[in-house]
Design a protein around this ligand. Structure first.
Ligand code: AMP
Ligand code: GLY
Length: 458
């Protein structure tokens, strides 16, 4: 089989590595891919929104299965375009990808079908939003309706902050047309859990759970990002909670979409908050999470190509979806300044240390080869270092140890479970980083590329 993957981040690297394990697959193309994906797929310089070029490429190469990793092309209708040419495509059609593409749509859907979620109001003009916010209780959450690279959510502690938020989203259009409509949502507290699932239009099969860390800095500080790290499974997602979610959230969502004439086939990523009143939906995504895929897929035992084909064919009920009984942690190494401004083009070394190491993965997110053939940074999130372990504690230890194999990219430690001990380590590490950064600055005359990461559990 010839498989074409659309996207070029850490998630697509994880998907490509899973697809490569399938015995059915002879050739993988990744559009546009990145410097790490090249090891398992032929990367083709076509952007994810260049729909005509993607379609023509798929036809020329006689692609047997297209896998769309990213939200923008799904929401833009790439699946429909490929299907119209007879290309089997994994990922929802445009009318179903709206589940992620419009938060106002998803909130209205949940309300209509009584799927538990935070109370909300949708606004399409700033004056009405401000009028409502003046009388609201705080904190409160503002969300740009459309896609915003995971950054269009503002948690506001006061009316002043909310006013600034409305300006940012609706007037200054920081997230472009995504801010034409804004959702104002009740602030919820609790543990967050991500549950990714395969869906074939009627059957939903969940994968092992995960949790990511969204804020840019430790201690839940800094702006929201696309995700600075993840772990899987979530110890808070118990069997009892899973049963509740199956009955009240997962199946009802899939049924609601079908009833609305928007049959969903592909991945539904349920972002959940485990509140005192039970699990509630924070958000839906219509694709694998990034970096959730980097901890969930390495633990998946079932052939991913079989599962994707079953989703397309509507035979998911016949699939036995299995995961390893262990844990995985992914630490994201990001460019200093992400998610705002950051430098690109800083050389990275040390990849060979991952070769032959079972249970360790270096997923490339923002990398490319420069003219000299060196691998350099090319994005905010640069690498996702994943390691498995018998349990979360071991996986975390392994993942942080592996971050040391990449000398130019440094992670400031973050916590997952035992926060206190990790905080101590973080301080030790910071001292080291400051010292090291000084030396490197002299030596390389570059601003220290990197760092941050993850504090995961609260
Ligand atoms: P979303 O893109 O909707 O998942 O939002 C990004 C992050 O913002 C979530 O992972 C939460 O940490 C936070 N968030 C979103 N909505 C709420 C809410 N209603 N209450 C509290 N936190 C929220
Ligand atoms: N890590 C969250 C997302 O992929 O949306």
């Amino acid at each position: 089989m010839k498989v074409m993957i659309v996207g070029g981040g850490g998630r697509e690297h994880a998907i490509a590595m899973s697809v490569a394990k399938s015995e059915k697959v002879e050739k993988i193309y990744c559009l546009p891919g990145n410097a790490g994906i090249e090891a398992v797929a032929q990367c083709v310089p076509i952007g994810p929104m260049e729909f005509e070029k993607i379609r023509d490429f798929a036809k020329e190469q006689k692609i047997d299965l297209a896998v769309i990793g990213m939200d923008d092309p799904l929401v833009g209708g790439l699946t429909d375009i490929l299907e119209a040419e007879g290309i089997r495509t994994f990922g929802p059609r445009k009318n179903a990808a709206i589940l992620e593409g419009s938060k106002a749509f998803s909130k209205d859907l949940m309300k209509k079908y009584q799927i538990p979620t935070a109370a909300y109001e949708n606004f399409d003009n700033a004056d009405d939003a401000l009028c409502y916010l003046e009388r609201a209780s705080y904190p409160i959450v503002l969300k740009a309706d459309g896609l915003a690279l995971g950054k269009g959510v503002l948690i506001c502690k006061s009316f002043e902050e909310a006013k600034a938020g409305v300006k940012e989203i609706m007037l200054d259009k920081k997230f472009g047309a995504s801010g034409n409509t804004m959702v104002v949502e009740e602030f919820m507290t609790g543990r967050e859990v991500s549950v990714l699932s395969f869906v074939d239009g009627k059957t939903v099969k969940t994968m092992t759970s995960a949790q990511d860390h969204k804020r840019a800095k430790d201690g839940d500080e800094g702006p929201n990002t696309g995700g600075m790290g993840t772990f899987s499974p979530s110890p808070f997602y118990t069997e009892e909670i899973a049963r509740y979610c199956e009955e009240h959230i997962f199946q009802p969502t899939v049924d609601a979409m079908r009833t609305e004439g928007r049959e969903f086939k592909g991945i539904i990523f349920f972002g959940l908050m485990l509140t005192e009143d039970g699990p509630k939906v924070l958000e839906y995504n219509a694709r694998f999470g990034d970096p959730e895929a980097q901890v969930v897929l390495p633990r998946m035992k079932t052939d991913i190509v079989d599962v994707m084909e079953a989703c397309i064919d509507g035979t998911l009920d016949q699939v036995n979806l299995e995961f390893e009984d262990n844990a995985a942690v992914c630490v994201v190494l990001a460019s200093d300044g992400y998610p705002l401004a950051y430098e690109k083009g800083i050389p990275i070394e040390g990849f060979e240390k991952f070769e032959g190491k079972d249970g360790y993965y270096c997923f490339h997110a923002g990398t490319k080869k420069n003219e000299q053939g060196q691998i350099v940074t090319n994005g905010g999130r640069v690498l996702g270092i994943t390691a498995k372990g018998a349990d979360l504690k071991e996986a975390r230890k392994n993942a942080y140890a592996a971050t040391e194999w990449i000398p130019l990219l440094i992670s400031i430690c973050a916590t997952i479970l035992e926060r206190r001990s990790m905080r101590r380590k973080k301080d030790e590490k910071r001292t080291f980083i400051e010292k090291w950064a000084g030396q490197m600055q002299e030596k390389w005359d570059v601003r220290l590329g990197l760092l941050i990461v993850t504090r995961i559990a609260k």
